[in-house]
Design a binder for this molecule. Structure first.
Ligand SMILES: *Cc1c(COP(=O)(O)O)cnc(C)c1O
Length: 428
């Protein structure tokens, strides 16, 4: 009989208890698409018709969403293309709890409307004592956009020429600032700026002075910048975009600015991202003067930039909760990482795979800590593994260096070593 006639009909395939259960969980369209794909492969002779149900079962996605989990073994801790910081278990739990109906904007004691985001704002001002108030928006760019619109639309923002930064994917901070209707007043040269440059540029049209952390590059050599502590002498607000989202100083990143020290040094407001070194969800943090934060919150644009309950929940749990995966990664010792790499390489060799272990250098990435090298360790494999791992059943993003495929363990939780082992074995 023609093999095609043996391909089971869709309704019959969907009678399979596993696939029928998946319809409840994932929805009919998702399961149908998986079934149709298996039937198509059988029609093209790529699959035994008897295996259609089994193949459909195997191809069922973990969730109805199309995004897939990827193991980050590329040695860039906060990779923007991988969604930057992974959430802590505490944050994931908080998201799950907030996903239904919640008291996000309801005061349960009075039964009246309550202030939105009160929990996360309290968590942020407790974590950063120098901040009188806090406001949360959609991302770091939104935080800058709100500040520029509310405090400088139709007026001037004074900033150093060396801080006109392009962050990534063509996103330029100066373009964002001018799109709000503010004008830029650049001071100094690419490599040097002095206090007097700022002072002479200040006038009745000045909205604020902005300092931008050059988060993905460094200018070295004959340079000078003006610290926030000096700029505070100026008769206008000083806003610092620290980017990285560190709330307090971190010993592994001594040169990275943090909100507490920047505000204590005299900045009126700090803007930062939630999903970089803070290790939380995508969000933009605005911390500092109560008066300025109130002006931002009351600006009509604030409504367009506000975050949803899931972000509020994840961010509060990130700030209050246990060490985030990002913080844990920063604390991992090179010796421990090398130990793990050796154990993994030994297990892979037992399975006949040409693996070895070596020390490696990881980076922070995602616009944080430029030039900071994180001592790390990696499993090395032949280079052809890189593409195979990326397109495997559990995708793994590795790094290719000197003709080798490196699985850098810096950003891999120890609990995921087994996942890595299985992924490599599966494509080996
Ligand atoms: C990352 C970054 C931004 C943009 O923040 P997003 O959260 O990506 O919108 C702005 N400024 C600096 C200094 C940054 O590092």
């Amino acid at each position: 009989m023609d093999a095609r006639r043996r391909i089971p009909a869709t309704d019959r395939v969907l009678d399979d208890p596993v696939l029928a259960g998946a319809v409840e969980r994932l929805g009919r369209d998702v399961v149908r698409a998986v079934v149709h794909d298996a039937q198509r492969r059988a029609r093209h002779g790529q699959l035994d018709p008897e295996r259609v149900i089994a193949a459909a079962r195997e191809a069922l996605p973990a969730s109805a969403g199309g995004m897939r989990r990827v193991v980050n073994a590329c040695g860039v801790l906060l990779h923007t293309n991988l969604g930057r910081a992974p959430l802590s278990d505490a944050a994931v739990e908080a998201v799950r709890a907030a996903a239904g109906t919640t008291d996000v904007e309801l005061d349960l004691t009075t039964g009246r409307r309550g202030p939105r985001g009160r929990g996360v704002r309290a968590a942020l001002t407790e974590a950063v004592p120098a901040a009188e108030a806090a406001h949360v928006v959609n991302n770091g760019a939104a935080a800058l956009s709100l500040v520029a619109t509310a405090l400088a639309a139709g007026r001037e923002i004074v900033l150093a020429r060396g801080e006109l930064v392009e962050i990534g994917d063509g996103f330029r901070i100066p373009d964002l600032l001018t799109s709000t209707g503010a004008r830029l007043r650049e001071v100094g040269t690419t490599n040097r700026v002095r206090f007097e440059d700022y002072r002479d540029a200040i006038g009745p049209d000045t909205g604020f002075v902005l300092k931008v952390h050059p988060s993905n590059f460094r200018i070295t050599g004959f340079t000078s910048q003006v610290p926030v502590a000096a700029l505070r002498e100026l008769p206008v607000p000083v806003i610092a975009d620290i980017g990285s989202g560190l709330l307090r100083a971190h010993p592994a990143l001594p040169d990275e600015p943090d909100a507490q020290r920047t505000l204590a040094a005299g900045a009126d407001l700090v803007t930062a991202s939630g999903d970089k070194l803070l290790g939380g969800p995508q969000a933009g943090l605005l911390l500092g003067s109560a008066e300025l934060v109130r002006r931002l919150e009351r600006h009509p644009l604030a409504r367009a930039l506000r975050v949803d309950k899931l972000t509020l929940a994840a961010l509060e749990a990130t700030v209050r909760g246990p060490a985030t995966p990002t913080a844990q990664a920063l604390d991992r010792g090179e010796a421990d990482l090398l130990d793990r790499a050796r154990r993994l390489a030994a297990s892979l060799r037992e399975r006949g795979i040409d693996a070895d272990a070596r020390t490696s250098t990881a980076t922070v990435g995602g616009g944080g800590a430029p030039g900071v090298e994180l001592p790390s360790a990696a499993v090395t494999l032949p280079s052809r593994y890189a593409a195979a791992l990326r397109t495997g059943r559990t995708p793994v993003l590795a790094r290719v260096e000197h003709g080798q495929c490196l699985l850098d363990l810096c950003a891999v939780a120890p609990a995921d070593d087994a996942v890595l082992l299985d992924a490599v074995t599966a494509v080996g």
